[in-house]
Design a protein around this ligand. Structure first.
Ligand code: MRU
Length: 348
């Protein structure tokens, strides 16, 4: 198990594991300002839907802590600019605007308090979001046990583990709890091109935890399934629409189609902060497109002819009908998702 937490608030700044440096180096990156936090999120020093929600919340605290505003109105104006900066970093994971919404609501609630008290309340809320996420992950991990038999062979994509959350992870949280319970599981990790979160992060963190993991190229998944070597797939999510369509790392949809072809279940694990009831279907989810260089180069070395046009969506949408169940902190939800997820919402 690795030692430093993925992200931590320390006195008046944030320290995070710099995920762009893994697995070669486990080094910490410090953010003192909102601009530094925005850079860390954009460049994927910190990534994963719940983790960027937490990071953006701390980004607001960093952006306002040195404010000399003397009135709520002035502070509100400054907060608006920091909120815009954080919102501009990455568009797909809904956890980010969800966390920002919580901070804005706290500021509003304390509008008659002193500026010092408002700043204190904002830090408290960011820390609450962080701690709550740890507890949500643990519940997801426990709720997912009904899906995992002793001896299960699980395929996962991207990184939905400790490095992507404030706790033990979502998809990988289920695997960590299974391992703690003594279940003998084996994991296949898709390398996850273009940025290799599966190879660099998932393989690394599972090895640190002593969970058997085998790395595969993304395009080996079909071969693996056709050989009968996979029992189920579990992935995380960046945003889940009201009808159960799921945006997750590019390649998740390919995996879902392969699972259907091979009659294998595909489960999605995510906290309620990843649900977006305002969007009726996955068609409305904004999909981030990233720089061509992330596709044309690997580790700084060119892999494609200079100037070739590139299309690089960071996420895709898996339609609800390819998803066997959504594991949340409140239980495992199945189709029809518009009904099961809205029941979950009503229960709060
Ligand atoms: O681009 P990334 O690395 O932020 O993408 C992350 C993913 O797609 C994860 O699967 C998702 O955020 C779930 S993390 C618990």
């Amino acid at each position: 198990m690795f030692d430093p937490p993925t992200i931590a608030w320390q006195d008046d700044h944030v320290v995070m594991i710099d995920q762009t440096r893994l697995p070669e180096e486990l080094i910490l990156h410090r953010c003192d300002t909102a601009e530094e936090m925005a850079e860390a999120i954009r460049t994927l020093r910190i990534r994963g839907a719940p983790a960027i929600g937490i990071a953006a919340a701390y980004g607001i605290v960093l952006g306002l802590q040195k404010s000399s505003a003397e009135s709520f109105k002035k502070l509100q104006g400054e907060m608006g600019r920091v909120l815009d900066l954080m919102r501009s970093t990455r568009p797909t994971a809904v956890n980010l605007p969800w966390a920002l919404g919580r901070l804005r609501a706290v500021a509003e609630k304390h509008r008659d308090a002193s500026i010092t008290e408002i700043k204190g309340a904002l830090l408290q809320e960011a820390q609450a979001i962080h701690q709550e996420d740890a507890s949500l992950c643990r519940h997801i991990g426990e709720n997912g046990q009904q899906l995992l038999k002793d001896g299960a062979r699980i395929l996962t994509h991207c990184n939905a583990g400790r490095l992507a959350t404030g706790g033990i992870g979502t998809a990988l949280g289920i695997l960590y709890v299974a391992h703690e319970m003594g279940k003998k599981i084996a994991v296949y990790a898709d390398e996850t091109r273009p940025l290799l979160q599966g190879a660099r992060l998932t393989a690394w963190e599972l090895m640190q935890a002593g969970i058997p993991v085998t790395l595969i190229c993304d395009n080996a998944a079909g071969r693996l399934m056709s050989q009968g070597k996979v029992d189920l797939a579990i992935v995380g999510a960046d945003r889940i629409a009201a009808n159960g369509d799921v945006a997750n790392k590019i390649g998740t949809y390919n995996l879902a189609v392969l699972c259907e072809k091979h009659h294998l279940p595909l489960y999605v694990a995510a906290p309620s902060s990843t649900l977006d009831f305002q969007l009726a279907s996955g068609e409305e989810i904004p999909i981030e497109e990233r720089d061509a260089q992330e596709v044309t180069e690997i580790c700084g070395r060119s892999m494609a002819p200079h100037g070739v046009p590139v299309y690089s969506p960071a996420f895709d949408v898996t339609p609800a009908n390819l998803i066997s169940g959504i594991v949340t902190e409140a239980g495992v939800f199945t189709a029809p998702y518009d009904r099961s997820l809205s029941r979950m919402k009503q229960r709060g």
